[in-house]
Write a protein that binds this ligand. Sequence first.
Ligand code: SF4
Ligand code: SF4
Length: 343
Amino acid sequence: MRMINATLIKAYAKELGIDEIHITSAQPFADAAEKILEQKNAKLYLDTEHWQKRNIEKFCNVQSVFPQARAIIAACQCYLTDEKSDLSEPGNPHGLIARYTWRNHYVDLKKKLKKLGQLIKQKIPVSYYASSNGPVAEKPIAQRSGIGYYGKHSIIINQSFGSWIVLGTLIVDIDIEPDRPLTIDCGNCQKCIEMCPTKAIIAPYIIDRRRCIQALTNWYGVIPQDIVRVWGNRLYGCTICQDVCPANEHVESRAPKTNLGTVGPSLPLLKILSMEELEYRKKYSCNQITANWIDFNAIRRNAIIALGHIRDKVALPLLQKLSSDNDDVMAKTAQWACTNFDN
Ligand code: SF4
Ligand code: SF4
């Protein structure tokens, strides 16, 4: 049996600037598969989400991407930086970008995990598979390895960095002594459930993604009235349930650790609406806001909703023009935005 000491791997990870790593076995995550399936059957996912087509059992078994898997090194990287969060100015309204994608921390972490694999290889023959942001079940991996526990908002919370983390994994074909899951949870706190503006957290750990702004920013269609009214100035994603979480209060912000795929905290909405799709994808490349599964029309629609909330008069002529757009979703959304100027 080929085996390596976990302490050595943790020291390597530290050298590489990875915030935290824990180890778990390569056993399938059957419980997670069952929960995802239950939520899919309860129709809590959007019709365009990957779960509709994806094989859930395979997603929850790392051996489907790396058949010789024996252990999983789970990693997290904190993205809480000390930057201003909205660059709007009068006459130049901006839409907010969710904090986790101000930069591409996923690519940064995946690169570091590949380097970790190379360092391990210098000690012991090993094959490995690195990923961050898919295609494996990162949250169940993080939970079982002890990287963090599930918050009631269904996001993993790390004891040092709160939920301000991206997750990654290095799957290896050697044995490593596993860590244990954490034994803590949210206790009696319900803050994220109470503060979610759309009441998308329908029960602890269960999100109705058809009501979640984070999920809806990727989905194209007319946003229901009760949701559009509380959408705010968001262009991509939503972090309210994280912003209000007491488990995040102690986390210290720091200078950015990477500049890969930087888009920053907010983007100019009128500029976004003047762009062709290709220009948009080129300008903000290497970031989740231009991932191939992102619908550019959804981004444009989000920009219109955000302008309707900001109500800077500079946007009114464009919104009036878009009110008679040939695309029904754009037209209806722009009509709502114009009406909101009178409220
Ligand atoms: S991301 Fe926003 S809309 Fe979704 S559950 Fe959290 S607070 Fe609610
Ligand atoms: S707000 Fe409270 S209930 Fe929600 S994740 Fe944070 S600690 Fe848990």
